[in-house]
Design a protein around this ligand. Structure first.
Ligand SMILES: C[S@@+](CC[C@H](N)C(=O)[O-])C[C@H]1O[C@@H](n2cnc3c(N)ncnc32)[C@H](O)[C@@H]1O
Length: 267
């Protein structure tokens, strides 16, 4: 799905599952990016946002452009574009996003192991630069190492099950500016090891466990049962959430020395 040269198959596959987490993330990522940009860290260039597990640049599109996730679903599942060559789709997307670019757009970098997806996002102008280093397997290469020096905010949707503390440690080891994190992570996954790695780099993480954000419908009853068991094992209550048929996420925010709701032990 992420190995295709453009995002049409991705959106076609996710439409029936009503994958919606980038929509919920959009206002919170916009707010985090604006607040991080407003922080004077003594550098002349605005801090870059690094979208981790960026795939086709969906979060970058929603952050910097006058566009909604619903419009992106319509665009990439429309019959009119079904047989369009990728090169034509890319050319049209480039124009589309350029026309909708917001005046306060921020530089966005993308990191994802799916090279064709990253390539597309860079080609159509959603990402300033894209990287395919797998930080679960090894250290960042020279290009990503240089880019990390500019990062001031890391965003994440849909990748919490793939990314461990290893990746976050590598990213923060390479940071030269204060880095904030805004991440939506499935309630089926413990984020505690990542929170500890962030704390080792001086980042304090907050989460409001009473507020959840739906990610997508379950594919089948087996997936529903798996999710219910997994959230219970982490001390969370699936009633009204996973029990009703969807994965739910929690929103984690990390900032250097920030104060706020302490992280509950169960999340
Ligand atoms: C469910 S998709 C989420 C894409 C996008 N953030 C969204 O919400 O639509 C998960 C992505 O994580 C990427 N991924 C998996 N393992 C990774 C790793 N070790 N490093 C970076 N990206 C990874 C996959 O290639 C895929 O594009």
């Amino acid at each position: 799905m992420y190995g295709r040269p453009d995002p049409r198959a991705y959106f076609r596959r996710l439409a029936p599952l009503e994958y919606e987490i980038p929509h919920h993330a959009q206002p919170l990522f916009r707010r985090a990016a604006a607040e991080r940009s407003a922080l004077d860290d003594g550098r002349p260039r605005p801090p870059a946002v690094l979208d981790l597990c960026c795939s086709y640049g969906i979060n970058a599109a929603l952050l910097n452009h006058d566009v909604t996730l619903a419009e992106m679903y319509d665009r990439y599942t429309s019959p009119a574009r079904r047989s369009m060559p990728t090169a034509e789709l890319a050319a049209r997307d480039k124009e589309f996003y350029a026309e909708r670019r917001l005046p306060d757009a921020v530089p966005v970098l993308g990191l994802d192991v799916a090279a064709p997806a990253v390539r597309y996002a860079v080609e159509v102008g959603l990402l300033e630069a894209g990287f395919t280093d797998d930080l679960e397997q090894g250290p960042p290469g020279p290009a990503l190492t240089r880019a990390l020096a500019e990062v001031g905010l890391i965003t994440l949707t849909g990748g919490g099950s793939y990314i461990t503390a290893r990746t976050f440690t590598a990213l923060l080891d390479g940071a030269e500016r204060p880095v904030w994190l805004s991440a939506f992570v499935l309630r089926t996954v413990s984020f505690q090891p990542v929170v500890r790695a962030l704390a080792a780099h001086g980042l304090h993480t907050t989460v409001d466990t009473s507020r959840t954000y739906p990610q997508r419908r379950f594919t089948d009853e087996r997936e529903r049962q798996y999710a219910i068991t997994a959230v219970r094992a982490l001390g969370l209550d699936p009633a009204g959430r996973e029990e009703t048929g969807r994965f739910h996420t929690l929103h984690y925010e990390s900032r250097p020395g920030a104060e706020g709701t302490p992280l509950p032990r169960s999340s």
